[in-house]
Write a protein that binds this ligand. Structure first.
Ligand code: G6P
Length: 615
């Protein structure tokens, strides 16, 4: 979603801001803009609809170059107001304050009415513009940009990460956050702000992660931070372990492709020091994990998108292996329901980014509940808001995921949830040593098995070609494979824009079979499990409707070949934990190659954002 970068430095800041915006492109956006305080102490701004490349062109065509040592910049993902120059950030009030904003100001209409009555002229349709006017108004009664911003934010309801500059206070940037992430990058070249580390990795590895409600006054040589209560605080500088090669494409054409092929290593990293040869280390979930896992009676999983699908798979494992009642729900629904929360519930949030607004709000809401509940976050980003809000944490360690379509984050979430199922199963005395050893050895084999499955790319490229003129596709699975089918369908629609649905194969007769014709390919997942014969009958039903079928099978499943059916023996003799993880791989490759054929923007599909930090 929207991205922020800004800073105060010794030299011209424009190239740093543009480079930062380019590194934030992966988040998803539809316009971009930059403002610098030029040598005449004037706010000099450029904004463009579309890619950062358009903004660069716009800047290079200016008669007066955009030069200055302090500035703020933004990539906007439209919420209030269409993508247009006038709605793009930074916003400016009366040539004297400029801001960039991530998040949503929910009471903007009320503030707008008040500000219009005070004589403020609105030049955009955004909620954001009330921020710049509020700070301008507050500046009338103080001679500090910090105090004015502190005063203004008290009137906002909603979520924000904000960067502020003003010609009246040259060399200062004010940065504040509540509900939206914001970090400060410190370096010898200057001090910077950004919505995530990616924007600043070419400048520094040293970051301060602002906490909820923090506000910082940043200059070339100083960073002074005040907590929500107004008191000055010290926040630790942390050195990022992200390496350039982790965020560069290397030999790959797209980040999605790179991330698909990184899965064997990502899973090795997830397992590292979390298992022995035969057992799962319960302490990997936190020092109180054992005590908590022994006490819990229910599990509630809440997540969004791909992470939600990981939760759906985990329900099968947790109930099967740990024998614990588990519910899974999308966060955007859960947070607004009045759910019955039973005492001794473990509330599990799953998230790649750790910043998804709905998941975070659901977690915050549950923590207010009076029943005895515990919280666990499974996440890929150590400094994220979800991690900070949770009692128990488990990092997926998949490394930075840049492509909007999630791949390695998903499979490492599954591995983490498999470990969780075994850990809880052991603490509850529900899993035998033998069974645990079997699961652990299956997990240890996973990186090798995935590497083998990835070698089938050639065959999948051929299959992808048959989707060239297709508009619909149906994915089928049974048991935990239904969740994998859902993930396969989501990937296909996200990046190839083909309408795809997933159904539990047993539901075929209750509706979706009406859609099946020769133009609707059906993709089925056939593991060799107790539901195999039922799935085979479902395939017969499809055959009689003349549809093209693609079956990813466990070799030992021996699906009978039929007319218009392509069988892809994906691997063999998988267990109930390894199977869903392995069957994910060909589905990822299929959607990637279909998207290539369709010519879409694979890594940055239209209208989507990597991290959905607003509702
Ligand atoms: C967005 C992304 C998805 C992701 C979902 C949840 O929709 O495009 O790839 O699965 O958010 O994100 P999270 O960071 O919470 O896993």
């Amino acid at each position: 979603m929207c991205g922020i970068v800004g800073g105060v430095c010794k030299n011209n800041i424009t190239p740093i801001l543009i480079d930062g915006l380019e590194h934030l492109e992966y988040r998803g956006y539809d316009s971009a803009g930059v403002v610098v305080l030029d040598k005449n102490n004037i706010l000099s701004r450029a904004r463009s609809v579309g890619k950062v490349a358009n903004l660069k062109k716009n800047i290079s065509h200016r008669k007066i170059p955009l030069l200055g040592s302090s500035g703020i910049a933004h990539t906007r993902w439209a919420t209030h107001g269409e993508p247009s120059n006038r709605n793009a950030h930074p916003h400016i009030c009366n040539h004297s304050v400029s801001i960039v904003h991530n998040g949503i100001i929910e009471n903007f209409l009320q503030l707008k009415t008040q500000q219009q009555a005070q004589g403020y002229n609105f030049t955009s349709d955004t909620d954001t513009e009330v921020i710049v006017h509020a700070i301008h108004q507050a500046l009338k009664n103080t001679n500090s940009l910090l105090t004015a911003t502190q005063k203004a934010i008290k009137t906002f309801i909603g979520a924000y990460g904000i960067g502020v500059i003003s010609p009246q206070y040259p060399g200062h940037i004010i940065a504040t956050r509540s509900g939206s992430p914001l970090i400060i990058g410190v370096s010898k070249k200057g001090n910077f702000i950004a919505s995530d580390q990616m924007a600043l990795l070419n400048i520094t590895r040293d970051f301060i992660f602002l906490e909820e409600g923090d506000i910082a006054d940043i200059t070339l040589n100083s960073v002074i931070i005040y907590a929500k209560n107004g008191k000055q605080v010290r926040r630790q500088i942390k050195t990022s372990t992200l390496k350039n090669q982790q965020i560069s494409l290397g030999k790959y054409k797209h980040y999605m492709q790179k991330e698909i092929f990184e899965q064997p290593q990502a899973i090795r990293d997830t397992l590292e020091s979390r298992i022995t040869k035969k057992t799962v280390l319960v302490s990997a979930f936190g020092h109180r994990a054992k005590e908590i896992f022994k006490t819990i009676k229910h599990i509630q999983i809440v997540a969004c998108g791909t992470s939600y699908h990981a939760g759906l798979v985990a329900k099968y494992w947790l109930e099967d292996i740990a024998k614990i009642a588990t519910s899974v729900e999308v966060a955007s629904e859960y947070r607004y329901r009045k759910p019955v929360i039973l005492p001794h519930t473990l509330f599990v949030t799953i998230s790649q980014s750790g910043e998804t607004a709905d998941t975070l709000e659901a977690l915050k809401a549950i923590k207010k509940h009076r029943s005895k509940i515990y919280t666990l976050t499974i996440c890929n980003c150590v400094e994220s808001s979800l991690i900070r809000e949770s009692e128990l944490i488990f990092l997926t360690r998949s490394g930075p995921e840049i492509s909007v379509a999630s791949t390695k984050a998903f499979t490492t979430q599954l591995v983490s949830l498999a470990l969780l199922s075994v850990a809880i199963g052991r603490c509850r005395g529900q899993i035998s040593r033998l069974e645990e050893t079997k699961i652990v050895s299956g997990l240890n084999r996973l990186p090798g098995l995935i590497a083998k499955t990835l070698k089938q790319e050639g065959q999948i490229i051929k299959l992808a070609k048959t989707f060239k003129d297709k508009f619909n596709a149906l994915f089928l699975g049974r048991g935990s494979m239904h969740a994998i089918a859902m993930e396969g369908a989501l990937k296909l629609k996200e990046i190839s824009y083909i309408h795809a649905e997933a159904y539990p194969a047993g539901e075929l007769k209750h509706g979706p079979i009406a859609l099946i014709d020769k133009d609707t390919p059906v993709i089925a997942i056939a593991p060799n499990d107790e539901l195999l014969d039922k799935l085979k009958s479902n395939l017969q039903e499809i055959k009689s409707r003349g549809s093209q079928m693609i079956v990813f099978e466990d070799e030992s499943a021996q699906v009978t070949p039929m007319k218009s059916m392509t069988i892809v023996p994906t691997t063999t003799d998988l267990g109930r934990i390894t199977a869903p993880i392995i069957f994910t791989i060909p589905l990822q490759l299929l959607s990637y190659h279909v998207a290539l054929i369709k010519g879409t923007n694979v890594d940055r599909p239209r209208n989507l954002a990597k991290s959905v930090t607003v509702e």
